[in-house]
Design a protein. Structure first.
Length: 507
């Protein structure tokens, strides 16, 4: 199957005789029951394959899902970086960075309906079943970090109208996120879709009010153009968007396999890039016009200047969106962590395992949030850059493999079989990732380390360009002698196994 076309035959079941424990087997109650139209039930799928008869949903739902997924106060904080560096051209920098980073995210979304598997477990085809632990560790770090930086502003937002200390609200909000993540895919899509309408209405008014009422003729951060600052902001916005690539097809894998690739990519891109460019630009505008801005205070001030109390209402709506994306991150972290464990010790993907994984991840988030310093903006800036550094070589290898090397042809069963075509350790993917990351180090620019090339360029961070080019080009070169004939044979055997398992059994 070509990466841009649906597969010629959609596998119809998740039952694999060859890999009963580690393979794509659904063992929870009701695992073989398709979702009821219009209803929401606890999801039974985990790292296992979603069979054709359970595929459902509309491709346009990817748009509002990722619109709300990005329309959170954490995204706005990314827009504060430019004015803090004295960059007057902060809005073009974040818009271009967001649009660039979303390009890589959206093209990952196309894998979901083609393979019916979560995003990160498919890294096994590039890095090997155990070798994929390398990007898995980085991705879990991203999930935990994001949820820490989400629960803090969500708590601050609720504390504007409700009593209670931070620790109490951290526990309450994390618990709500756990419930949403446990119910899973369909509820998350439903919540994200309805929040999109509310966010567009509320922040549409807020954005117009900011442009009308704020004086940005002389930005507080400066009005000059610095290519160094521009690249820092561009990289931050791009890295923020690329980080979403690690779970983008977790929420497209339930779509029917015959949905057009261009629609999956377009709706994902439109939702994610649109909301990020909007909210990052608003953040840059607020930071340029207000002294010492913070996300909660800036939204309240601008909104209350429009209509008394409207700013507080906008903060509360923003807090709901933060809770929702915390659930999305917890869900993705569970899938990634389960995939990592399964590589060394077979895991039966039951509902109990899903719940335990989600709770464990969110317990870590709770502990880290408690010890996070009050002045976390500087930590957030470094966190965004570190995401970029770890994920750029992964996304380069992943996309080159998908669109240039294997062209969408994968053996689903082999992804769960240590003796399969992918093997335990894939030296090609691991070499390209490691070399790509190492090539980026001289270009790093953070608060705690500046690479020699970045220092020579007056602090300009071009590491993302180097990582993409080196990691992607090296992987393509290393795969020049890859035995695609064996790959195709494994794919045909996988399809036969998947399809045969769903054939009538003596009925």
């Amino acid at each position: 199957m070509d990466a841009t076309r649906p597969p010629r035959a959609a596998p119809a079941t998740a039952r694999h005789a060859a890999v009963p424990a580690a393979g794509p087997v659904a063992t929870g109650p009701g695992a073989d029951t398709a979702p009821r139209p219009g209803g929401v039930a606890i999801e039974t799928r985990s790292i296992d394959y979603v069979p054709a008869r359970e595929r459902h949903g509309k491709v346009w739902h990817q748009g509002p899902f990722w619109f709300t997924g990005n329309f959170v106060l954490t995204t706005m904080v990314t827009g504060f970086i430019g004015p803090a560096l004295g960059l007057g051209w902060s809005v073009p920098a974040v818009v271009l960075g967001a649009c660039f980073g979303t390009f890589f995210m959206a093209f990952h979304a196309n894998q979901g309906p083609r393979m019916g598997l979560p995003q990160m477990i498919r890294s096994r085809a590039r890095f090997g079943i155990r070798g994929a632990i390398v990007p898995f560790v980085a991705v879990v770090f991203v999930y935990v970090g994001f949820n820490v930086f989400n629960v803090v502003p969500a708590t601050e937002g609720l504390q504007t109208v409700l009593p209670g200390g931070s620790t109490l609200w951290y526990a309450v909000l994390i618990s709500i996120a756990i419930v949403l993540a446990v119910v899973g895919h369909d509820l998350l899509h439903l919540v994200q879709r309805w929040l999109t309408y509310a966010l567009i209405a509320v922040f549409g008014v807020l954005s117009v009010g900011a442009m009308v009422n704020l004086d940005v003729a002389t930005p507080a951060g400066g009005d000059g153009m610095s290519w160094t600052a521009f690249l820092v902001v561009f990289s931050g916005a791009a890295g923020y968007q690329i980080s979403y690539a690690v779970h983008v097809s977790d929420y497209s894998r339930h779509l029917p396999a015959d949905v057009p690739a261009r629609k999956v990519i377009w709706w994902t891109y439109a939702g994610a890039a649109g909301s990020a460019a909007w909210l990052m630009s608003l953040g840059a505008l607020l930071a340029s016009a207000l002294p010492d801005p913070d996300a909660i205070g800036a939204v309240r001030k601008v909104g209350n200047d429009i209509v008394p109390g409207f700013g507080t209402f906008a903060v509360l709506v923003s807090s709901l969106a933060l809770i929702s994306i915390m659930a999305v991150n917890a869900y993705g972290a569970m899938l990634t962590a389960t995939s990592a464990i399964d590589a060394f010790r077979p895991v039966r993907p039951t509902v109990r395992v899903r719940v335990a994984g989600i709770v464990a991840i969110e317990a870590i988030v709770f502990v880290v949030a408690i010890v996070l310093p009050d002045d976390y903006l500087g930590s957030f800036n470094d966190f965004v850059l570190m995401m970029l550094y770890f994920l750029i070589p992964w996304t380069a290898v992943n996309l080159v493999d998908l669109y240039l090397v294997r062209r969408g042809h994968y053996a689903v069963t082999a992804i769960f079989d240590p003796r399969g075509i992918d093997g335990r350790w894939s030296w090609r993917g691991l070499t390209a990732y490691t070399v790509g990351f190492a090539a980026m180090i001289p270009f790093f620019k953070t608060s705690f380390f500046t690479g020699p090339v970045a220092d020579a360029l007056d602090g300009a961070d071009l590491s993302f360009v180097v990582g993409l080019l080196v990691g992607g080009a090296l992987y393509a070169w290393l795969c020049r002698d890859l035995d695609l004939t064996a790959e195709r044979a494994a794919e045909r055997a996988s399809e036969a196994e998947l399809e045969g398992a769903d054939a009538p059994q003596g009925v």
